[in-house]
Design a protein around this ligand. Structure first.
Ligand SMILES: [Zn+2]
Length: 215
């Protein structure tokens, strides 16, 4: 209750900014492994990667880092609308055929969800799904635990080990294509693990779609 009032007051004092002008929205998908831009959005290098990476902007944009932080740690859930708009602009530029795709947010564990009160990835994903009239399938993937904070993990192998086995698919997925949505991808270890889990459950094509990627 108090938290809600506090956020309401904060929203009045610091209104949610409009999208910063001059933000460069990307226009290709990326290789999930080496992050090369993929011409015509096709896998050309690391073909073994379980997904293609889609990132609207780069995480080094200060305005984006600020917005994501406010959304995740300051309860400013209205920011999800702005970030969803960025994703929509990006998807429009990509011009992909998303007809047979489901939108699935990267889940939080029950404990983390209780702590934060909402899953920021799900907030963003739901708005995108509604706008694009796509099916929002939140329960396809669940998270059974949270890795120890990625900050401490030094290299890729360690980050990968951190998230290994933290997702499950409660039911088999019958050849569905999936747009897997998260707010940020830093090392890519989380998206990689989630995509691997979805593939093992029967998913066909997977695009890991994030608002911002580091590097
Ligand atoms: Zn590559």
């Amino acid at each position: 209750m108090w938290e809600k009032i506090k956020n309401l007051v904060l929203d009045m004092i610091f209104p949610i900014p409009d999208l910063p002008l001059g933000l460069t929205v990307n226009n290709t998908l990326f290789c999930a492994v080496c992050r090369a831009r993929l011409a015509e959005n096709k896998k050309i290098c690391h073909r073994q990667a379980p997904y293609l990476l889609g990132a609207a902007v780069n995480y080094n944009e200060a305005a984006i880092r600020q917005m994501i932080w406010q959304l995740k740690y300051r309860g400013r859930t209205g920011i999800a609308f702005l970030l969803a708009r960025l994703l929509r602009d990006y998807l429009q530029k990509l011009n992909l055929n998303l007809k047979n795709y489901l939108i699935v947010p990267v889940p939080l564990s029950k404990e983390r969800l209780r702590e934060r009160g909402y899953n920021q990835a799900a907030l963003i994903a739901k708005i995108v799904a509604e706008d694009l009239k796509m099916e929002f399938a939140e329960n396809i993937l669940t998270r059974i635990r949270h890795a120890s904070p990625q900050v401490g993990a030094k290299d890729w192998t360690e980050r990968k080990k951190n998230v290994a086995g933290c997702f499950v698919c409660p039911k088999p997925i019958k050849g569905q294509n999936i747009l897997l949505v998260d707010d940020v991808s830093t090392s890519g270890a989380t998206l990689n693990e989630a995509a691997k889990t979805l593939k093992a459950a029967g998913a066909k094509k997977i695009i890991g779609l994030v608002v911002a990627k580091a590097n």
